[in-house]
Every structure is written in C-alpha cells, then in structure tokens.
Design a protein around this ligand. Sequence first.
Ligand SMILES: NC(=O)c1ccc[n+]([C@@H]2O[C@H](COP(=O)([O-])OP(=O)(O)OC[C@H]3O[C@@H](n4cnc5c(N)ncnc54)[C@H](OP(=O)(O)O)[C@@H]3O)[C@@H](O)[C@H]2O)c1
Length: 272
Amino acid sequence: MAMAQTKLYQDKWALITGASAGIGKEFAEQLSEMGANLVLTARRKDRLEALQQNLQQKGIKVEIISADLADPKAPEEILAFLADKNITPDILINNAGFGLPGGYSKTTWEDQESFIQLMVTAYAHLAHALYKQMMARGYGRIINVASVAGLMPGGPGHTLYGPSKAFLISFSESLNAEGQDRNVHCCALCPGFTWSEFHDVNGTRESLNKLPKFMMMEAAPVVAGGLKSMERGKAVYVPGLVYKTITAISGFLPRGLQQKLANAQMKKARQV
Ligand SMILES: NC(=O)c1ccc[n+]([C@@H]2O[C@H](COP(=O)([O-])OP(=O)(O)OC[C@H]3O[C@@H](n4cnc5c(N)ncnc54)[C@H](OP(=O)(O)O)[C@@H]3O)[C@@H](O)[C@H]2O)c1
C-alpha cells in the first residue's frame, strides 16, 4: 500500500492577514494544499466564513477572526484570539493592504495615520509577537507582502504607499538576517501589478487598464514564488521576468533617471 506523502507544512499553523480576497486568499489556497492549518483574518466576515467552509473540506483546521487592522487595538485582539485557541503560528503572512489614492496635500491626516497603522505598524506588531515565539521555538516563516513600489523611487500620488513597502523590505531583510541561525526565515514579497480587488478598492482600475497586459500578473505565480523564496531563505523576492528585469535595470541607473522613468509609468496608474 502506498504511504501518504507528508506535506511541507503538515500540522503547522499559518496566520494570514487580508485573507478575504486577492493575494491573501491565494496564500490560503496554496498553504492549505501544503497541509497548513490556517487562521484567516480580514474585515469581511462573510468572505472569511465562505473560505473557511471551502478549505476545511481539504481536511485542515481553519479558524477565522474578523478585524480591522487600521484599528491600533486589532493586532492585540488577534494575538488574544490565538492565545485563547492555544495556537502559536509557525507561519505569518502579513498581507492586508490597500492604496490610498490622491496627492499628499489632498488627503486628511486621519486617513494617512490609519494607512500607516495598517500598512506598517500592524505588520511590525504581529511580526514582533510571532517572531519572538518562532525564535524561541527554532522554526518560523514570515512573508511581508511589499511591492516593487518599495524598490523604486517615490512617484506622484499614493504618497506613503512606496515608503510603507520600502519599510517592509528593509524590515524583512533584518528579520531574515537575525533569524538565520534559528531556522526563522523572513521574505519581502514584492509583486508588480497583480490581478486582485486592489485597483477596484482604490479606484484606479480604469487607468490600470491602459497599461500593457504583460505588466499584469496573476496572484497564483506571485504567491507560489513567494512561498518558494521564503522556504529558501531569500529576504527579498520580485515575481515575474518583467518586474525582475525592471527592478534589476533600474538598480543600475542614476536615481534621477530612475525617477523620470518610474514617474512616467506611475502617472498612468495613479491618481494625484
Ligand atoms: N494587486 C497588486 O497589484 C499589488 C501589487 C503589489 C503589492 N500588493 C500588495 O498585496 C497585498 C494584498 O493586496 P491585494 O492585491 O490582494 O488586494 P485586495 O484583493 O484588495 O485584498 C486586500 C486584502 O486586505 C484586506 N484589508 C484591507 N484593508 C484592511 C483593513 N483595514 N483591515 C484588515 N484587512 C484589510 C482586505 O480584506 P477586507 O476588505 O475584507 O478587510 C483583503 O483581504 C497588499 O498589501 C498590497 O499592497 C498588491
């Protein structure tokens, strides 16, 4: 009789933020295939419940918690939920996010502040709590979903988006280096434009449709490449040949020229 093959993340627990749609939902699908039990979080509970029902059929355990990560109390609420269920995640997928459209002078500070809370502080907060457990245990895997925007010069509009992603890249490099001897890996996944609800939420779908189709990626290869890179101990991963080429070439150019080229593309896709 053939023995059932043990899956890579069999009996491990993964916490995924922003699991109700797009890239986060794809992480839930792929990690469930790899045997992981899941804790899924996002604001839309109905979406989480539907995903839970669907994924449980694969024979894994799935817990859900609805939380708004723009609320400074949310990370502690999620951590209390985990403690209550006696779950210490082996894998953290820090992914929840959106883009705040408009020029900096046209937005309110309240909107920018909650953007930073969601895109920077909540990522650092959840990683801080779980990384401690991972380092003590001698095993851990973290993906911070950043963006190629974090590797490029700042452009007009959506002003704090690039800086928030640049933070995640540098942060991931540090965690990955600190965890090297404890089997704790941390990878910044840096996608370019990817099909999801992201551009519907921030109202840029129409301008995005003007970009050449080869610049759009599917979530599945983005996530598969991210998981592979995390497992291999890479600190930064850019999915897709197009974006690998753009970021590599851009790295050789003087900053001023990088800015001109990036701004020309950003003007097509961003609202200022
Ligand atoms: N799509 C792209 O082109 C692209 C490119 C580079 C990087 N990224 C990054 O990829 C990540 C995922 O985006 P996506 O493309 O998958 O977009 P998406 O389809 O819009 O999904 C975003 C996810 O984040 C959750 N979320 C948003 N605001 C939240 C909040 N305040 N509290 C808790 N959860 C929240 C959403 O759930 P609820 O609405 O249910 O809360 C949803 O599950 C983001 O960090 C984004 O910056 C995307």
